[in-house]
Each structure stands twice: as structure tokens, then as C-alpha cells.
Design a protein around this ligand. Structure first.
Ligand code: NDP
Length: 606
């Protein structure tokens, strides 16, 4: 039991938070990063699958989904369960998996418990081997979903969509790709992932480095040796390796690099918060005894607890739910004083206590005092993606692992020989960019295509020109038979993204099944329903990610959450639990309020 913090201690902590944040605020925000085009396009090439020549496709399917990650898999599975026979997933990678296809860096594993993070466990019968499963198992699970739901036969891999256009006369979507395809589909959905386009630090000289470079999302095992399962990267022995970035990705791969590289230099701008991981194997006998329907119950239990709600038990019991339990204990201890203000105070007090523990943990694990000081995070836990790891901090105790802290300023320059920080040049053989992914840049830049609806109106650049406009995050006016799958303008639950995707898939499947039942050719949201949803979201202003007083990062639009495309970051005002309850009622009521189902000539009744 820790000693409660005094008011003076809390004030000092908050003053430090503000100072550390101010140090990192930059006028260029998102513009500070370099786009992976031109010479840097090699950072997005597919190193895992050879592209096989094939004839362009001009056929037609009932449903096409752009993106073969969890969004596509969850939707396709729900459609198959609802009786839609031909569902085509179109994916730029060489297989299903999405983020788990691309991210094969050593140490990659899910950060949210596999029991709730891996979708469709009950349907496929997959038993996670560990509480936080590693990437190869997650990729294999994605492939297992593909096989279980017979998605491989219709799937199209190594194919990038270049345009989606609505043919109103035929009531069909025309899908064009970089392989010369001109396929047709009655319905189309996109789920291209919020974090899939890598970005590079915009540092002077980045193009001049004479050694080897790659981004973590395309790990170069040819260069390093080893494999995604964590085999020793023998080719790094004797090499001087630099890694730029200390976010969730670096936290997972740094222990492997520290083990295998001749010398490792980790260039840090902002330390991540590193809570206890406590991973363990899952007992198949225990798993086999779970009652049918368990996964939905587990998902809901986690979401309730992670978003500050109350439940009789904590099924997942991890660092995400721990903070909520503390808030709950505080509130229960002072129930007679309960008010929104005391609730907020309980949140702040619990967070201060949690972050003090996280900083104290650094001291207990790190031998060098200066390194320990530099590894301490000074912000509220949910300002940045919280990290959980039991080997990351210890990695810095190796004599060959060097933390190069940039005091919030980032690396100064890259030269032909290496990386410069505060006037000192670190000579390197290889630079690994763990610098994250584009968030908040133009949608067409990230997706590589636009969607042209009725009268050729472009979704991303016109209808959403000032920000996303949808009903339920799924439907937009002028884009019949079209769905968007992402957490935005819906539950906006970031601690367990697949929960958003499972719900979206079930909702889409219910709409499509209904449209097919009533013989509709087109289903489209009404203008009134789209506007009412936007008004509701704006009245609540519940934003994705951290607040303005948080340290900058992609969670808070690089420190400016109230600027730019605010609409893109809004979620259901009453929060994820309320949204999931609302949308389940909506899709099962049979009324499909806000949507219009049209036959070949006329409107058909819902
Ligand atoms: P992040 O955007 O979280 O991290 C990028 C890192 O690069 C930050 O530490 C950033 O510093 C640093 N950086 C950027 N520019 C510079 C610079 N000029 N000099 C020095 N450092 C720089 O990307 P990640 O790939 O780590 O993670 C992205 C997201 O992917 C996570 O937040 C998470 O949502 C997801 N993820 C999930 C995992 C899981 O579930 N298992 C595992 C890994 C990732 P600063 O913080 O100061 O901006």
C-alpha cells in the first residue's frame, strides 16, 4: 500500500507534467513527419509475399470489403453467418491479417488480453496460448478465420484499390485496382485501419544515411537474421544499431535488439509508461470449461471496467482495468459525496497514484540513475498509449544498450554516418524507424484512393471535406450500399479496437440481410439522420485520445485536439458501453431508423 500523496506533491507532479508537455509542443504538429513516398516508398513495399501475375478481374460479387485485417474479417464472418455467400476481401498485403500481416517485428504481441482482443474465438475454436499472444499466433488466427469462413476462395491479395465508384443506374459499385481490375459489387465496405501508413521523422539529412534502414512495420529479417517468433538476430552481432522512437512498438522490440545487437542506441523523445505485463499461458482445460457466449461477456466486462463503469468482477484483470478499479474503490469509499466532480477527482487521484508507481518501478529495475530518470514518463497514463512489459526496462541494464534521451526534442539530424543528438554524432550501421504511423493526415494520402458516390461526389475530399460525416460511423449520404468500419463516430473504444469491429460487422450483416430479405437494391442513410447524428456527437464532444493538456502525440493530434478535423475524432457522447447497447438495439429492432431501403424503382418498407 503506497502512502497517499499530499496536495503539495500532487501540485509538483502536475507542474512537471505541464512543463514536459510544453517542452514538446511544436508548431509543425503532424507536418513534422516525412511521408513514405519517392525514395522512402521502399518502407511500404511488401517484403513477405511475392506478387504473382494474374488476369484483371471484371466479375461481380454481392459484398466486397477493402482491407483484410480484423475489420474485414469480422464483417466478412458476420455476413457469412447471415447467409451472404460471396464476400470478397481485397487486400494490399499477401494474406489476411492487416496490422498483424505487416507488423512482424521481434517481440510483437497484443497489448490487450487475447481473450477479448482476438475476435471470433468461439466460432473458430482457437485457444489462445498466452494471455497476450505473440504476433505469429495472431497472424495464424487471422488465416484461421479466413479458412473457417471460406473467405480465401473469393479473396484478392497483393492488390491495392485505386478507386471506388457508384454506378447509380446499375446500383452497383465499380472497384478499380492497381492490378487493372474493374470488379463490381452490390455492397462495399472499407476498413483500411487507422494506423497503417508508416511515417518517418522529418529530420534534416534523413535521406543521406549511408547504412541500412527500415521501418518496424516492414522488419528486415534478411538484414537482421532471426524471425518473427524471436529467434536470435545473429546478423546483428557486431553491428551498431540505432532505433528512433520509444512508443508501443519500440517497447516490444527493444529487448530483442538489446539482446542481439553489438551496440544498441535507443533515441528517445518521450518515454512510454511501462506497467507490469504479467503474461502467462492459458490452460486449455480452463478454456474448455467457459460457458458459450463467454467472449461477448468478457469483452463487455472489460469495456465497462476500462471506461470507468462498475461490474461485480474483473474478468480480464490487467493494467487497463486496474485504474478503473482504483477509481471505483475511491468512489465507493465516499459514496455519500458522489458527484461528477468527486468522480473526476477520484480519476485524477488514481492516475497520480498509478503513475507514481510506474515511475517508482523504473527506479527498482534500472541500475544507472541517469538512465532511470530519463525513462520516467511525466504525463497522465492515458495521455499516450499505455505500455505493459516485463523486459523492456531491464534491457537498458545491458552494457551494450544505450538510451540516448533527447530531452523531448527528438533527434537533431541524420548524417551519412549516423544520428546526431545535442551536437553528438552516434555512428551506426543501421537505423530502425519505430516512428509510428500517420494519423490525422489526409485520408486519401493514407488510403490511396477516394470513394465516388452518387453524381461522382468524392467521399474523403468532398463529402468529408471538413471532417467525417456519418450515421453510426458507418453510413454517409450519397453513398448507397457503402459502409465504413472504424471506431470513429461510434464507440471510439481504443483500448480494445476489435470490440468496435465485431459490433460494426454484426450491424452491417443485419442491414445487408434485411436489404436482401425485402428485395432492396439500395440502402442509404437519410440526410436528416446523418445530420442528427453529427449534431448529437458535437453536443457531446467526446474525443478520441488525450486532452489538450497531454503530452503531444497521435492521441491528441500532436497537442492540438481541438484543431483540424475534430469530427474525425468524435465518439458517442455517452461512451462505448452506451454505444454498444444502443447499436445492438438499433440493429435488432428491425426498424433500421435513419436508413432508406429502395427497390429498383421505389422505397421498400423496412
Ligand atoms: P508511436 O507513434 O506510438 O511512437 C512513435 C515514436 O517515435 C514515439 O516515441 C515518438 O516520440 C518517436 N519519434 C517521432 N519522431 C521522433 C524524432 N524526430 N526523434 C525521436 N523520436 C521520434 O508508434 P508505435 O509504432 O510505437 O505505436 C503506434 C501504435 O500502434 C500504438 O500506439 C498502438 O496503438 C499500436 N501498437 C499496438 C501494439 C499492440 O497492441 N501490441 C504494439 C505496437 C503498437 P513522441 O512520443 O515524443 O512523439
Amino acid at each position: 500500500m503506497t502512502t497517499p500523496l499530499t496536495d503539495a506533491e500532487r501540485a509538483a507532479i502536475h507542474a512537471r507534467y505541464a512543463a514536459e508537455r510544453d517542452k514538446r509542443l511544436r508548431a509543425d504538429g503532424n507536418e513534422q513527419y516525412v511521408e513514405v513516398t519517392g525514395d522512402f516508398a521502399r518502407h511500404v513495399a511488401d517484403p513477405y509475399t511475392e506478387v504473382v501475375e494474374r488476369e484483371p478481374l471484371t466479375d461481380e460479387v454481392t459484398f466486397a470489403f477493402v482491407g483484410g485485417g480484423f475489420a474485414g474479417l469480422c464483417t466478412a464472418a458476420a455476413l457469412k453467418k447471415a447467409g451472404v455467400g460471396d464476400v470478397r476481401v481485397i487486400e494490399k498485403g499477401g494474406d489476411f491479417g492487416g496490422t498483424w500481416y505487416w507488423n512482424r517485428y521481434p517481440g510483437a504481441q497484443c497489448d490487450t488480453a487475447a481473450m477479448i482482443y482476438l475476435p471470433l474465438l468461439e466460432e473458430t475454436g482457437h485457444v489462445p496460448s498466452e494471455k497476450y499472444t505473440h504476433a505469429p499466433e495472431i497472424l495464424a488466427h487471422c488465416q484461421g478465420i479466413g479458412r473457417h469462413f471460406d473467405l480465401y476462395d473469393d479473396a484478392v491479395f497483393s492488390t491495392e484499390v485505386t478507386d471506388l465508384s457508384w454506378d447509380d443506374e446499375a446500383s452497383r459499385w465499380v472497384i478499380r485496382t492497381d492490378r487493372g481490375d474493374e470488379m463490381r459489387a452490390k455492397y462495399v465496405a472499407i476498413g483500411t485501419g487507422p494506423l497503417h501508413r508508416p511515417k518517418l521523422p522529418g529530420v534534416p539529412g534523413i535521406g543521406t544515411f549511408g547504412g541500412h534502414t527500415f521501418h518496424t512495420t516492414r522488419w528486415d529479417y534478411e538484414y537482421t537474421g532471426g524471425d518473427p517468433a524471436g529467434a536470435p538476430m545473429t546478423k546483428l552481432a557486431g553491428k551498431r544499431v540505432g532505433i528512433i522512437g520509444t512508443g508501443a512498438t519500440a517497447v516490444q522490440c527493444v529487448p530483442h535488439l538489446a539482446r542481439d545487437a553489438g551496440e544498441l542506441y535507443v533515441f528517445q523523445r518521450t518515454p512510454s509508461s511501462i506497467d507490469v505485463r504479467n503474461n502467462h499461458e492459458i490452460d486449455p482445460a480452463w478454456f474448455a470449461d467457459l460457458e458459450p457466449g463467454w467472449q461477448k461477456r468478457w469483452r463487455e466486462n472489460f469495456t465497462i471496467l476500462q471506461t470507468g463503469g462498475f461490474a461485480d468482477e474483473d474478468l480480464v484483470k490487467d493494467g487497463w482495468t486496474d485504474i478503473s478499479q482504483r477509481i471505483r474503490d475511491r468512489v465507493l469509499a465516499n459514496l455519500e459525496d458522489f458527484s461528477p466532480e468527486t468522480m473526476l477527482q477520484a480519476y485524477h487521484d488514481s492516475d497520480d497514484e498509478k503513475m507514481e508507481e510506474i515511475r517508482a518501478r523504473v527506479d527498482t529495475l534500472i541500475e544507472d540513475r541517469a538512465t532511470a530518470q530519463a525513462l520516467k514518463p511525466w504525463y497522465r497514463q492515458l495521455c499516450k498509449r499505455p505500455c505493459f512489459h516485463d523486459e523492456y526496462l531491464d534491457a537498458y541494464n545491458r552494457p551494450t544498450a544505450h538510451l540516448i534521451d533527447t530531452d523531448g526534442q527528438g533527434v537533431e539530424a541524420i548524417t551519412e554516418r549516423g544520428v546526431v543528438v545535442a551536437g553528438s554524432e552516434y555512428e551506426l550501421d543501421c537505423i530502425i524507424y519505430a516512428s509510428g504511423f500517420e494519423v490525422g493526415t489526409e485520408q486519401t494520402r493514407r488510403s490511396g484512393f477516394d470513394v465516388h458516390g452518387r453524381d461522382g461526389v468524392a467521399l474523403f475530399t468532398e463529402h468529408w471535406g471538413e471532417g467525417m460525416r456519418t450515421l453510426h460511423g458507418l453510413h454517409s449520404v450519397g453513398f448507397p450500399n457503402f459502409f465504413v468500419v472504424s471506431p470513429s463516430q461510434a464507440a471510439n473504444l481504443i483500448s480494445n479496437v476489435p470490440h468496435n469491429l465485431v459490433e460494426a460487422g454484426e450491424t452491417i450483416a443485419a442491414i445487408v440481410a434485411h436489404a436482401e430479405d425485402v428485395g432492396a437494391e439500395q440502402v442509404e442513410v437519410t440526410e436528416e439522420a446523418e445530420q442528427a447524428w453529427i449534431d448529437q456527437l458535437l453536443a457531446g464532444m467526446r474525443m478520441f485520445g488525450g486532452a489538450a493538456d497531454c503530452t503531444p502525440g497521435y492521441y491528441n493530434n500532436e497537442g492540438r485536439p481541438d484543431e483540424g478535423r475534430v469530427l474525425d475524432r468524435l465518439g458517442y457522447p455517452e461512451g462505448p458501453v452506451a454505444y454498444f447497447a444502443y447499436i445492438a438495439d438499433w440493429r435488432t429492432s428491425g426498424a433500421f431508423d435513419g436508413l432508406e431501403f429502395r427497390g429498383a424503382e421505389s422505397t421498400v418498407d423496412a
